[in-house]
Design a protein around this ligand. Structure first.
Ligand code: 0X9
Ligand code: ZN
Length: 729
């Protein structure tokens, strides 16, 4: 990597830039009506920085210029000032914050001084900005890059005004060089890019405190591309997650990866693909992970992301800023804040399988003089910046540790990734398997009427991850009640399933002022819905004899990443409702249905199991709520007693599943006509203990009549007479 200095052209550009009057940016608030209002603000190119309720009206906080304010006014938005534009500081005279260029103590000078004084700190440029500033990458530890050491990357300041993110990165460099246990340092290649967008960052010190983008002259009199909308993954897939309009805050640029700052990060990834990464932003208190480009789209590695970022029940990053209203950062899929496209973490995850997080650092709340909030303008107070750093250090260290083997990652809250498992049985089959597990397999599905059907499963490229693939059924599995993943040793059965439909045992809490049945359903005619503070409680479920119990639920909710006090709480009771414990919590915005699996270890064997949903002001929908068990029992009726069984007899469908109690040695399966003609002779090795006889194999339909099935396993022989009574055969 070559160290670069600003070229002549860049110096000329710098000079020209300062002649252009700084566009004055300030915070403003505009009333919005719910999600639709927010989406239309996004389509106009505003990045919603905060949401508040002002005089009972939902109000978005955005950054406006004279120009963009006119755009809003033309569309009938009444724009109200939040506070005067923060004065552009005359010089870099802060106690904590420093510009990129400031002689002696700026970011560039500080890094150079650290590198000169410390053998564990190495600084290099991985590219140059539009104005010719170096994109500095700091390597901590050994100067060399070893293929034997996994790469971990931390970045600050994609967005110019988010100064605390650069200070987070700077403190991290110092801490890692001074305090990271040496064996860990010696076994990782750790990189920090404290200022991804140096031109924009510098501009916030010299001209406009609330500048967000880079300093690209767009050719129409406006400046700047949003560096976090310019990456070449899902770039520009819609106009909510980024904007095609150059003057806006979320302008995606003329082409994917068009900006030299983006290209520098791309080149860095190609040379040193990070196993894990954190990109620091400010100021909401979130730990977000892919996917972010589309509501409801779950990353196949979600369990790995969750182990590290935590869940709303067990968050990984605490928030100890005195003025913060919440005690922890909300972890979640990117879209629980809002959708973005061309964004860094989605790109790094797609392009390099990087387990990449966006941490939105908090910024406290209230300035002493204004009684307002800091927002992007973090107080110039080293004790407060240190707190942000201390709060975020555990996740940074967990990420460094996890790079050795992300499959065994352990997050600060103690969570670990779940193993291979079924995530949902119905109405859509979802299965999480190791990415290395063999490709397409078949699913045996038992329907509500006891029919056995076979389906294929597929994993589209979006669902292929670093450690896990998410497999889904390629056909509707209407009324699926049990599922076996043939060859993967997984099975699950729904003990109960409910979704507010007619004829189901009643749940309590529905009615006037409480949860209602809504026709806005995922499946069937109805789902449950609640927007207030009521509780929906299931009937008692008898789980005697059941082990490995879990809850499947499909949900959506219309909260906000800015109003995380609105929560949905999921609780379980093993004793018919006498005692309850929290098993999951939901917050943020999810306008699309998605499935959640919640393990219920305390449910094993419970005679009086119940679940309930306690709403705390979150507009919340639920459907397809079921108590499930990871068990093959549903498929081994007689097999459980040591025999062999068939899925259906007489057989009316196109497949019949023959199963038996697996032995130590391979089983031999023979199928004969009643006159003794052998049709099938095959062996099945344990742990597989089934054979699917496809009655349409080879394009011919097996004639109706009697057949004989013979299974030999470990010296025992089972014979079953099978009748085919299919219509049309
Ligand atoms: O909009 C962004 O780029 C990030 N927020 S910020 O206020 N710092 O600008 C969030 C990006 C995270 N990804 C998604 N929300 N999808
Ligand atoms: Zn940001």
């Amino acid at each position: 990597m070559a160290r670069r200095t600003p070229g002549l052209l860049a110096l000329l550009l710098l000079a020209a830039g300062s002649a252009v009057a700084a566009q004055e940016l300030r915070l403003a608030q505009v009333p919005v009506s719910g999600r639709a209002g927010l989406d239309s603000l996004a389509r106009l190119g505003f990045e919603v920085a905060d949401l508040r309720t002002v005089a009972g009206q939902l109000t978005a906080v955005i950054v406006v210029s004279t120009q963009t304010e006119r755009l809003l006014a033309a569309r009938g938005y009444p724009v109200a000032a939040v506070e005067a534009a923060p004065a552009a500081p005359a010089a870099d005279t802060f106690k904590v914050f420093r510009s990129f260029d400031k002689p002696g103590t700026g970011i560039r000078a500080t890094l150079a001084a650290w590198a000169a004084a410390d053998t564990l700190i190495h600084v290099d440029s991985v590219g140059a900005s539009i104005e010719g500033r170096p994109i500095l990458a700091v390597k901590i530890g050994d100067p060399g890059d070893s293929p034997a050491r996994p790469n971990v990357l931390f970045m600050g300041t994609h967005h110019a005004r988010e100064w605390v993110s650069t200070e987070m990165a700077m403190r991290l460099i110092r801490w890692l060089a001074d305090s990271l246990p040496r064996p860990l340092l010696a076994s990782r290649d750790i990189w920090v890019i404290p200022v991804e967008n140096p031109d924009g960052y510098q501009y916030t010190f010299t001209a406009s405190r609330l500048w967000r983008k880079n300093r690209r002259p767009n050719g129409d009199g406006t400046f700047g591309v949003d560096p976090n909308r310019n990456y070449p993954a899902f770039w520009g897939v819609d106009n909510d997650g980024s904007s095609p309009v150059p003057g806006t805050e979320i302008y995606r640029g003329p082409a994917p990866g068009s900006e030299p700052e983006t290209q520098a990060v791309m080149a860095f990834h190609a040379a040193h693909p990070p196993v894990l990464a954190i990109s620091y932003h400010s100021y909401t208190g979130l730990v977000l992970y892919p996917y972010g480009f589309r509501y409801g789209e779950l990353a196949p590695d979600q369990t790995v992301f969750q182990a590290l970022a935590g869940t709303d029940l067990r968050p990984a990053v605490r928030d100890s800023l005195p003025a913060s209203t919440l005690s922890a950062y909300h972890p979640g899929d990117g879209w629980t804040l809002y959708t973005t496209n061309g964004e860094y973490t989605d790109w790094a995850y797609r392009a390099f399988g990087t387990i990449a997080f966006t941490t939105e650092l908090t910024s406290g709340c209230c300035t002493p003089d204004s009684g307002l909030y800091y927002g992007f303008v973090f107080p110039d107070d080293s004790a407060l910046v240190d707190r942000v750093f201390r709060d975020n250090l555990p996740l940074a260290l967990a990420v460094i540790a996890a790079a050795g083997d992300p499959a065994t990652a352990q997050g600060p809250s103690g969570l670990r990734p779940a193993g291979a498992r079924i995530e949902s049985v119905w109405p859509e089959v979802r299965i999480s398997l190791a990415a290395a597990a063999p490709a397409p397999f078949s699913l045996s599905v038992r329907t509500a009427s006891g029919q056995m059907v076979t389906r294929n499963a597929r994993a589209d490229s979006l669902w292929r991850g670093r450690l896990r693939n998410s497999w889904r059924s390629d056909l509707s599995t209407d009324a699926a009640r049990a599922l076996r993943v043939d060859g993967a040793g997984l099975a699950a059965e729904l003990v109960t399933i409910a979704g507010a439909e007619d004829g189901e045992p009643a749940w309590t809490g529905t009615g006037v002022g409480g949860w209602t049945r809504t026709s806005d359903a995922l499946v069937g005619r109805y789902a449950w819905y609640e927007a207030g503070n009521d509780t929906l409680t299931s009937p008692v479920v008898d789980l005697r004899g059941r082990t490995r119990v879990w809850l499947q639920l499909w949900t959506k909710y219309a909260g906000s990443g800015f109003a995380l006090q609105q929560r949905g709480q999921v609780q379980f009771s093993p004793d018919s409702g006498r005692t309850w414990s929290d098993v999951a919590a939901l917050a943020g915005s999810s306008p699309a249905w998605y499935p959640v699996r919640v393990d219920l270890p305390a449910a094993a064997g419970a005679a009086g199991a119940r679940v309930r949903f306690v709403d705390h002001g979150l507009p919340w929908w639920l459907d397809a709520v079921g108590v499930a068990t990871d068990s093959t029992a549903a498929f081994q009726l007689i097999a459980a007693a040591g025999g062999a069984d068939v899925s259906e007899n007489p057989v009316k469908g196109d497949q019949v599943v023959i199963s038996w109690a697996a032995g130590a040695a391979p089983a031999r399966v023979g199928i004969y006509t009643f006159t003794g003609e052998r049709l099938i002779a095959t062996t099945v090795a344990p742990p597989n203990n089934e054979y699917v006889w496809d009655l349409t194999a080879g394009g011919r339909r097996m004639p109706n009549g009697a057949y004989l099935v013979v299974v030999q396993v470990d010296g025992r022989v089972f014979r079953r007479r099978l009748f085919l009574t299919r219509t049309g055969a």
